[in-house]
Design a binder for this molecule. Structure first.
Ligand SMILES: C[S@@+](CC[C@H](N)C(=O)[O-])C[C@H]1O[C@@H](n2cnc3c(N)ncnc32)[C@H](O)[C@@H]1O
Length: 258
């Protein structure tokens, strides 16, 4: 058994390598072994020592390298054998990242833990596109909600948030987007601006922008193999391209009615 057994949970940030914290980078350099997730930008791993073992344990839709139970066990086993395990997760490990479950499991073996927060995609991805999640005079809160619940139903929080003026930031919602937007449209006007941003903060970043009424058009642009967030709310109109898109939509609907 290694006397330095420890698990350091590190948030890798939203995608852009430079959006990891200095503390996170330092932890990677000092790691005895690294376990990393699918949404971590692999270029971050080049900051590890050249002899540090690195294991991919990612989970993407229909493609799970390891189950959550296996990951928990690996963390314990590797800490006991190697010492300091850096567990690298996309965004912030405590936002829809199962970070706290992993910490609980590791601590139940008496192994030390440390948490290094990361910049969540929920905050950084809209900001990188010039969409403010709050703006004075427009809204007074934003809700970060999952679009994919355990039992495949719409989250009750999403229903509540839809009834407010909050900006909705929906993670893991691309596959359920039609159902989600149908629910939101029970409470918000069809002209409410919305956007889908995929691969945010990376060189493959892509945005589709429109309003609730144009959800079917937005859906056609989605690449289901890439991560994406849905943003709904008047703040989306602050995006530099919003009004150009709006003009295109108005012209297209005028052509249809001529
Ligand atoms: C399991 S959650 C983990 C979130 C992560 N802990 C965070 O704080 O960003 C994964 C979801 O985050 C969103 N996501 C993560 N990185 C993203 C990115 N670069 N661009 C767009 N969405 C992203 C997507 O909705 C994806 O399905």
């Amino acid at each position: 058994m290694n006397n330095n057994a420890k698990v350091t949970l590190v948030g890798a940030g939203p995608g852009d390598v430079e959006l990891i914290t200095l503390k996170g980078l330092k932890a990677i350099k000092n790691a005895d072994i690294i376990l990393y997730d699918a949404l971590v930008n692999k270029d971050i791993l080049t900051f590890a020592q050249s002899n540090t073992p690195i294991i991919y344990v990612g989970k993407r839709f229909n493609d799970h390298a390891y189950s959550q139970e296996e990951i928990n066990n690996l963390l314990v086993e590797k800490a006991l054998n190697y010492g300091n395990v850096v567990r690298l997760k996309g965004g912030d490990p405590f936002i829809f990242g199962r970070g706290s479950e992993e910490i609980d499991y590791v601590e139940s073996f008496g192994i030390k833990t440390e948490i290094i927060p990361g910049i969540s995609s929920a905050l950084a991805v809209p900001a990188n596109q010039g969409i403010p999640l709050t703006k004075r005079g427009i809204n007074t809160s934003f809700w970060v909600v999952t679009g994919n619940t355990k039992d495949d139903t719409i989250s009750k929080d999403l229903v509540l948030a839809s009834q407010s003026s909050a900006t909705l930031v929906i993670l893991m919602g691309l596959r359920n987007m039609s159902t989600i937007i149908k629910e939101v449209s029970k409470y918000r006007s069809g002209f409410t601006p919305m956007a889908v941003i995929q691969n945010g903060t990376t060189k493959n970043e892509k945005i589709s922008i429109g309003d609730i009424n144009s959800v079917d058009e937005i859906k056609k642009t989605i690449d289901y193999s890439s991560p994406g967030i849905i943003i709904v709310g008047d703040v989306v109109a602050e995006h530099p391209g919003y009004f150009d898109e709006e003009i295109q939509r108005v012209l297209a609907s005028a052509e249809i009615s001529l």
